[in-house]
Design a protein around this ligand. Structure first.
Ligand SMILES: Nc1ncnc2c1ncn2[C@@H]1O[C@H](COP(=O)(O)OP(=O)(O)OP(=O)(O)O)[C@@H](O)[C@H]1O
Ligand SMILES: [Mg+2]
Length: 356
């Protein structure tokens, strides 16, 4: 039996996995992708939800929600892309369309040349998905039993299954957990279990919808390290949705920002800093309490507390020159650089667009 609060869509996905057992074998090569095309391709994709809200006795109001609104982007095979945006931006809806759980209301969407809504089962063998908010594991069964079921459902060749399982068990540190019923696992343990489950059939693309939600620092580091290795070694294409912007900083060279179902930014993380004019902070500890450091513009002291001073400088600039200058002119004891909070960068970017 599955977790009772699991969403309906997930059950559908499970169904497609089960019935997909007779479909294309796992580990099949790329078919249907024209040379030079993206592995994931969206062209003017839309998703409109009709929502009926009860507004009084017998009264219902109909409302249309444009969750995804003319979204176009391509992701090349082997890329690891961050997909970020505020709550309700349309991130999960995009992932559900990419996995075939939801059908787009308009536009064109292809993954490996396949239309996910039409051929979900065929695609299920080639993709893995992890929804951080719920599990695809069997709630009452020991973890290993879920894996055994997936082994059969996906018809994963025995040697391949064992190899993948061993690797996941080792790298995600699941050995001790294999005989524990899923419901007894902590959130971080379960998430690692879910990531392994998504990878047993060697998917070419992995969708992660908030895989580090609620994890402690150590678990986050484990998950990030694992994903980095997976992408580097297996060339798995990864689309990662997260609110923890350190996930993106540590894993993705490309980031897409969406809001109100529209793409706001697509490019390097550094470019996002520039677009949002974000700043890094240099924290210096001096030998003693001194007046604010006379820093070269645009760097400036933003806070002084005893011998410790905080200097803000553009995130796109190097800290080296600033550090050298302070070290030459002040009795420097220690220093550290703090990265900007990208959430505030994005907020600033939105504010600028709104005002434009
Ligand atoms: N099944 C549904 N029926 C009606 N509206 C929906 C449905 N799923 C999503 N929505 C609406 O579509 C919009 C986008 O939701 P979505 O879950 O894609 O956002 P998100 O970017 O994943 O947000 P979060 O960061 O909170 O996870 C929201 O306004 C949401 O209320
Ligand atoms: Mg979401």
């Amino acid at each position: 039996m599955r977790e009772s609060k699991e969403w309906g869509e997930s059950a559908e996905l499970r169904e497609s996995r089960v019935s997909g057992a007779s479909g294309t074998p796992a580990g099949e090569g790329v078919v249907g992708v024209p040379a030079g095309a993206g592995f994931i391709e969206l062209d003017g994709v839309e998703k409109v939800f009709d929502v009926r809200k009860k507004t009084g006795f017998l009264k219902r109001e109909r409302r249309r929600v444009r969750a995804v609104d003319g979204l176009s982007f391509t992701v090349a095979r082997g890329e690891m892309v961050g997909y970020i945006g505020p709550n309700g931006a349309g991130k999960s809806t995009t992932i559900k369309m990419l996995t075939g759980i939801l059908t787009p209301s308009g536009g064109r969407l292809r993954v490996a040349g396949i239309d996910p809504a039409r051929e979900r089962i065929r695609l299920a063998h080639r993709m893995g998905v992890v929804f951080g908010q719920r599990t695809t594991l069997w709630w009452d069964l020991p973890l290993i039993d879920s894996y055994r079921l997936m082994h059969r459902m996906y018809r994963i060749p025995d040697a391949r299954y064992r190899e993948n399982l061993d690797r996941c068990v080792e790298l995600l540190q699941l050995r001790e957990l294999l005989d524990v019923p899923v419901r007894q696992l902590s959130l971080g343990q379960r998430m690692r279990g879910d990531i392994a489950a998504a990878l047993l059939h060697d998917p070419e693309v992995l969708y992660l919808d908030e895989p580090t939600i609620g994890l402690d620092v150590v678990s986050k580091a484990k998950v990030r390290g694992f994903l980095r290795d997976l992408n580097a070694e297996s060339g798995t294409t990864v689309l990662l949705t997260t609110h923890d912007l350190q996930d993106i900083e540590q894993l993705c060279s490309r980031v897409m920002v969406i809001d109100h179902g529209r793409l706001m930014y697509d490019g390097a993380l550094e470019g996002l800093h520039e677009a949002g004019e974000s700043e890094r902070t240099l924290v210096v500890d001096l030998e003693r309490e001194l007046p604010p450091i006379d820093a070269p513009a645009p760097a400036r002291v933003v806070r002084v507390e005893g011998p410790r001073q905080w200097l803000a400088f553009p995130a796109s600039a190097s800290a080296a020159g600033l550090v050298a200058r302070i070290a030459a002119e002040y009795p420097l004891v220690d220093l550290s650089v703090r990265e900007p909070d990208i959430e505030s960068v994005i907020a600033k970017m939105y504010a600028e667009r709104a005002g434009a």
